[in-house]
Design a binder for this molecule. Structure first.
Ligand code: PLP
Length: 379
């Protein structure tokens, strides 16, 4: 089955009770048993719920994995991966990553005795320098948030395999429409399904997909034992979102390309970060591991003035100033004061998150309206 068919049919069966085409929202915590242990595969909804299972099967299918798991948020999904570790274990992570992931790693798991190495991974060979007998996990985000750096998943996977590590890839920005990390050698794919998978800015959810049964079993154990699951209503919404993922992504990519080129030619704009530019440092890797370049773009203004950036995001009208990304509507954000405020200024500037940086999540509105909105805001 091709991707554009999998988004609609992958892992799905019509409901056996009445043949409903979409799975019903099984809004129940528990399931009747005829005799102790005599049930139809469902005992309690933290462990299993038919609506969540339908979503989990869809997730596994679109990521070319075998096992899907849905959680109450993207961070709950990342938290479940971290629970595969023990005190003393070490993690090598992308340095330019989602602020909430950085906060979870440094403010919670570091205190539990996990050691993190945050490094630039644009040159994957550097990773090997940080591998030792305690290393267990490599955490990759690509494209990175918000600098749009590209990490070579295949190259990282080779290092991970050679050292018997687990490679987890946060695929939130790319989505499986653009990039399929399991096919490139990753062990776990993670999503903030809040973003493109849900696609309509109406639900908070996280997801994991794995190929290997041993890893999947450990993750299912954590999912049930820690219990950070999502509800059936939210499962239904994200399953519905996935059915249009390919159509939405195609337009996100078209609009993203138009906006990136417009900004690149604007006299008041200093840098535009978008992997589709030929002079992007890892454009070749992006071209080989992604099928297109997506709708996420960051840029800085000349003079690198915080006030200029804030004035632009306040003036934008079609682009809503809001955290989050990946919905049908265009959003803009100011990472230094919003999503990345929890990363110390010195740390964030090292990775390029300077005061004038603005991040756009280009939606699926008409391209001309997006460009004229930027025109009136930037001046
Ligand atoms: C939003 C986001 C997360 C966290 O997901 P939540 O659903 O907000 O918990 C993790 N990684 C990336 C890249 C994100 O954009």
């Amino acid at each position: 089955m091709k991707f554009n068919t999998k988004t609609i049919h992958g892992g799905q069966e019509h409901d056996p009770a009445y043949g409903s085409v979409m799975p019903p929202i099984y809004q129940t915590s528990t399931y009747a048993q005829t005799t102790p242990g005599g049930h139809k595969g469902y005992e309690y909804s933290r462990t299993h719920n038919p609506t969540r299972n339908a979503l989990e099967n869809a997730l596994a299918s679109i990521e070319n994995g075998k096992f899907g798991l849905a959680f109450g948020s993207g961070l709950a999904a990342i938290d479940a991966v971290m629970k595969l570790l023990k005190p003393g274990d070490e993690v090598i992570s992308t340095n330019d990553l989602y602020g909430g992931s950085y906060r979870l790693f440094t403010k919670i798991y570091q205190d539990f005795g996990i050691k993190f190495h945050f490094i630039g991974m644009q040159n994957a060979d550097k990773i090997a320098d940080y591998v030792n007998a305690n290393t267990k996990l490599i955490w990759v985000e690509t494209p990175t948030n918000p600098m749009m750096n590209i990490i070579d998943i295949k190259a990282v996977a080779a290092i991970s395999k050679a050292n018997n590590l687990i490679l987890a890839v946060d695929n939130t920005f790319a989505t499986p429409y653009l990039q399929q990390p399991l096919d490139l050698g990753a062990d776990i794919v993670m999503h903030s399904a809040t973003k493109y998978l849900g696609g309509h800015s109406d639900v908070v959810m996280g997801a994991l997909v794995a190929k290997d049964e041993t890893i999947a079993e450990q993750l299912y154990f954590v999912q049930n034992a820690s219990g950070a699951v999502c509800g059936p209503q939210d499962s239904f919404l994200v399953l519905r979102g996935i059915k249009t993922l390919h159509v939405r992504m195609q337009r996100h990519c078209e609009n993203g390309k138009a906006v990136a080129h417009y900004l690149n030619n604007h006299p008041k704009i200093e840098n535009v970060y978008w992997p589709g530019f030929e002079n992007h440092p890892n454009h070749d890797v992006a071209k080989s591991q992604m099928s297109d370049f997506g709708g996420m773009i960051s840029f800085t203004t000349k003079g690198n003035n915080m006030a200029d950036a804030i004035s632009i995001v306040e003036k934008l009208k079609v682009f809503t100033l809001a955290e989050s990304l990946g919905g049908v509507e265009s959003l803009c954000g100011h990472p230094a004061s919003m999503t990345h405020a929890s990363i110390p200024k010195e740390e964030r500037e090292k990775t390029g998150v300077v005061d004038s940086l603005i991040r756009l999540s280009v939606g699926i509105e008409d391209e001309a309206d997006l460009i004229s909105d930027l025109e009136q805001a930037i001046g």
